[in-house]
Design a binder for this molecule. Structure first.
Ligand code: IFM
Length: 440
C-alpha cells in the first residue's frame, strides 16, 4: 500500500497540453438491449468467462446517465473526454443519435470530445480473422465522421489492438475467447489495416488530428543471460514493436512477416499512413525471462506453459489491487526509448490511458500513483519528448472485462450493488480537480 504526502500541484506542461479522462463504451454504457450484440455479449454469456460471473448489460448505465457523467467531467475541470463509440450501437436504429447527444452535451460543458472508434466491442457478426472486417470498419468510420465531424476535432481509430489480438484471439482470456496462439497474428494485421483505412476515411470526411491508442510498457530482461535477453526481446516484439513498427516505420519487426496473412507489403503503405499523434496507454513495465515450462499467473491472467518466455515478478515496488507494479520511472524510460527508436518518424505523443485499480473512496494510493506518473511524464518532456496530453483511466469504476466489477479504476466510485448506480467522487477526483485548477 502506498501512502505518502502529495502536496505540490502538478508541474507545468507546455501550453495547450490536454488533460483528460478515458472510458470505453462496453465498459460503461450498459443499455445492451438497445443495440445489436457484440463479441463481448456472446463471451460474457458463457459461464466461467468473467471471474465474478457479471456482464456489461447495465454496467454504469452511462447510456441513460450521460448528462450526470458529463457534469462530473465538467466538475473535474478536464479539457477533454476520451470515450469510445460502440460499432454495434451505430449499426442499430437510433444508435448514432446517442453519440450526437453525448457530443452536444460535452461541447455545451466545454469538454472536448475525443472518440475512439473501436475499443474491442466488435459486432458479433464480424471477425478480425477476416480481412474484409478492415474495409467494413472504414465504412462505419465514414458514417460516424459524417455525422459527428462538425463537432469532433480529435479522433482515435483503435484502442490497444495488441490486447485485443493476444488476450482475445491468442490466449482466450477476452472476447471472442479464441486460443489460437501465434495463429492469432492475422488479427493484428487486419486491425492495423483497419486503422490505416480509417485514417484515410476520416481525412476524406474532412477530419484532422487523428491518432491511435496502443498499449506499451518497457520490457526488462530478468537477467543478462542470453536466454533471458532473447526471451525479453521476443516479448517486446510481440507486445510492443509488432504494433508500433508498422505504424511508425512501415515494416514489421524481423521474423514476424512469415506469420502474417498473404503479401503484406502493399498493406504496410496503408498501415503507415501518417498519424497526427501517437497515443500510448501505459500501466506498468514487465520483467521477462527464459521459458520455465509452467503456467504463470500474470496480472489476472493464466499464461499457458509452452510460451517462448516467462513473466517474472518485479520486486521492490508497491502493487495495485490488480497486482500490477507501480513504477512511474518506467514511463519516462518508455517515452525516451520511443524517441530514440523512432526519431523523426515519431509524431507528438499523447498518453491516452494511465491509471490503477484500488478499492475505496479515500484512495490515497491512486493519488500517489497519478502524482508519480504525471511527474515521470514531465521528466520525459524535460528530456525533450514531445508529449501533448495525458488521460487518466478512468472516469468511473466500470466493467473491467474478464475481471467483471472487481477491479476499480475510477476517479468516481460507482455503487454496483445499488440499482441507482450512485456515483461518488473519490478523494482522487478532488485531488485532480484541485491540481488542474492550480495549474490555471
Ligand atoms: O480497462 C482497460 C481498458 O479497457 C484498456 N486498457 C487497460 C484498462 C485497464 O485494464
Amino acid at each position: 500500500m502506498i501512502r505518502r504526502m502529495v502536496t505540490n500541484p502538478i508541474p507545468q506542461f507546455p501550453a495547450g497540453f490536454l488533460w483528460g479522462v478515458s472510458t470505453s463504451a462496453h465498459q460503461i454504457e450498459g443499455a445492451a438491449g438497445e443495440r445489436e450484440p457484440s463479441v463481448w455479449d456472446a463471451f460474457t454469456a458463457e459461464p466461467g468467462r468473467v471471474k465474478d460471473g457479471s456482464t456489461a448489460a447495465v454496467a454504469c448505465d452511462s447510456y441513460h446517465r450521460y448528462r450526470e457523467d458529463v457534469a462530473l467531467l465538467a466538475g473535474l475541470g478536464v479539457d477533454a473526454y476520451r470515450f469510445s463509440i460502440s460499432w454495434p450501437r451505430v449499426n442499430s436504429p437510433g444508435g448514432l443519435d446517442y453519440y450526437d447527444r453525448l457530443v452536444d452535451e460535452l461541447c455545451g460543458a466545454g469538454v472536448r470530445p475525443v472518440p475512439t472508434l473501436f475499443h474491442w466491442d466488435l459486432p458479433a457478426s464480424l471477425d478480425w480473422l477476416e480481412r474484409d472486417t478492415a474495409s467494413r470498419f472504414a465504412e462505419y468510420v465514414s458514417v460516424v465522421a459524417e455525422r459527428l465531424g462538425d463537432r469532433v476535432t480529435k479522433w482515435i481509430t483503435l484502442n490497444e489492438p495488441a490486447e485485443h489480438t493476444l488476450l482475445g484471439h491468442a490466449l482466450g482470456a477476452h472476447a471472442p475467447g479464441r486460443r489460437l496462439m501465434f495463429g492469432a497474428l492475422p488479427v493484428a494485421h487486419h486491425q492495423l489495416l483497419a486503422h490505416g483505412l480509417a485514417v484515410r476515411a476520416l481525412r476524406a470526411a474532412g477530419a484532422a488530428d487523428i491518432g491511435i491508442a496502443n498499449s506499451h510498457g518497457p520490457t526488462w530482461p530478468a537477467s543478462r543471460s542470453p536466454e533471458d535477453v532473447d526471451a525479453a526481446e521476443f516479448y517486446d516484439v510481440l507486445l510492443n514493436r509488432l504494433f508500433s513498427d508498422p505504424l511508425l516505420l512501415g515494416h514489421y519487426p524481423e521474423g514476424i512477416g512469415a506469420l502474417l496473412p498473404g503479401d503484406v507489403e502493399a498493406d504496410l503503405k496503408v498501415i503507415a499512413e501518417p498519424v497526427d499523434w501517437y497515443g500510448i496507454n501505459y500501466y506498468a513495465p514487465v520483467k521477462v525471462g527464459a521459458p520455465q515450462g509452467t503456467e504463470i499467473e500474470f496480472g489476472g491472467l493464466t499464461l499457458p506453459a509452452g510460451l517462448p518466455f516467462s513473466v517474472r515478478e518485479i520486486e521492490g515496488h508497491p502493487v495495485t489491487d490488480f497486482g500490477w507494479p507501480v513504477v512511474p520511472e518506467a514511463l519516462t524510460e518508455l517515452l525516451t526509448g520511443f524517441r530514440e527508436r523512432y526519431g523523426d518518424r515519431l509524431p507528438p505523443i499523447v498518453i491516452t490511458e494511465n491509471g490503477c485499480s484500488y478499492e475505496g473512496v479515500d484512495d490515497q494510493e491512486r493519488i500517489a500513483y497519478l502524482d508519480g506518473h504525471i511527474r515521470a511524464l514531465h521528466r520525459a518532456v524535460e528530456a525533450g519528448v514531445d508529449v501533448r496530453g495525458y488521460f487518466v483511466w478512468s472516469l468511473l469504476d466500470n466493467f473491467e472485462w474478464a475481471e467483471g466489477y472487481a477491479q476499480r479504476f475510477g476517479l468516481v466510485h460507482v455503487d454496483f450493488e445499488d440499482g441507482a448506480l450512485a456515483r461518488t467522487p473519490k478523494v482522487s477526483y478532488a485531488w485532480l480537480r484541485d491540481a488542474l485548477r492550480a495549474r490555471r
